[in-house]
Ligand binder design. Structure first.
Ligand SMILES: Nc1ncnc2c1ncn2[C@@H]1O[C@H](COP(=O)(O)OP(=O)(O)OP(=O)(O)O)[C@@H](O)[C@H]1O
Ligand SMILES: [Mg+2]
Length: 278
């Protein structure tokens, strides 16, 4: 049998095969569990200079409390913008080039999607990975952006939502200061009422949120001077949430921008720098 680089496994000793396999597994492990560290490197095909709009999004938090990436599909809004930013805030592990706001203490954060199912399948997977088991106990496998070793594995570290299969309710994440950040997952489907409650430092709304949910999130972050991040492709036309983020020159009625049938135009907000898709 010939492996990729012309290694004839039949000629290898058992020890050499074992070494080779451990190297392959180590690479696979790094890819699967090292996503956070691999993001936005200095060099290579995914080097951060290619992600100008993503950098702009991250930098905006230094100046603004409400940040929106209203952009095309599949350009890394969930993974490279909202997901990456909230992971930095939850862990305090800001890279040395981080251009945005820094929280020096553990944060309380929410991440939310449209329905319970999309929150579980997209937001939860991007942050915490797939569902796994630790012995008999159901847990997340830590193959998302939040480094696996920072997810609290003690009894009270993670709770599941009632009535929805495999959707995390809250999870504690180790912050670089030594304390614990707390992440809650929510969905717009749960209604505005689910967004009432405690003050939050960071809220990430992946996919366009209804205005009442958005308003509630503004209240939740008011006393902490916290950040709200929205990452979505505007599929519902000129909704209230879309309108409030469109610059004046792109509002309905402005000249020379209303170029498509739906009456809005977002092409210069869309990003094209990402490398090949999965
Ligand atoms: N900075 C990045 N470096 C490497 N890969 C990335 C980066 N950002 C995103 N990706 C990959 O690109 C793919 C699309 O990313 P993502 O799901 O975040 O896009 P999206 O804009 O949220 O898509 P959608 O329109 O479906 O919501 C994913 O497979 C992700 O792993
Ligand atoms: Mg997305």
């Amino acid at each position: 049998m010939i492996l990729a680089n012309q290694i004839d496994v039949d000629t290898l000793s058992d020890d050499q095969v074992r070494d080779l396999l451990s190297s392959i597994w180590a690479i696979e492990d790094k890819e699967r569990y090292g996503k956070f560290d691999a993001m936005f490197p200095e060099t290579g095909p995914y080097r951060r200079e290619l992600y100008a709009k993503h950098m702009e999004f991250l930098e905006a938090s230094a100046k603004y409390r409400e940040i929106c990436a209203m952009a095309a599909n599949r350009i890394g809004k969930t993974f490279g913008m909202g997901g990456y930013a909230i992971t930095c805030h939850l862990t305090g592990l800001y890279p040395k080039w981080w251009p945005g706001r820094r929280f020096v203490s553990p944060v309380r954060a929410w991440a939310a999607g449209k329905t319970n199912e999309t929150t579980r399948d997209i937001v939860q997977t991007v942050l915490l990975g797939d569902i796994g088991f630790e012995g008999q106990r159901k847990f997340v496998d830590g193959s998302g952006l939040v480094p696996r070793n920072l997810i609290d594995r003690t009894a009270g570290g993670l709770s599941w939502k009632q009535g929805v299969a495999d959707l995390v309710d809250t999870v504690k994440i180790r912050h670089v200061s030594g304390g614990w950040s707390k992440l809650g997952l929510k969905s717009y489907q749960q209604g505005r009422g689910a967004f009432e409650g405690t003050a939050q430092h960071v809220i990430w709304l992946d996919e366009e949120a209804p205005m009442d949910v958005y308003g509630e999130c503004l209240v939740r972050t008011a006393t902490t001077n916290g950040i709200i991040m929205l990452t979505y492709t505007p599929l519902s036309g000129l909704s209230d949430v879309v309108l409030q983020f469109l610059p004046a020159s792109m509002q309905p009625g402005a000249d020379d921008v209303l170029t498509d049938a739906d009456g809005y135009h977002v092409t210069d907000l869309s990003f094209g720098a990402k490398g090949d898709d999965e």
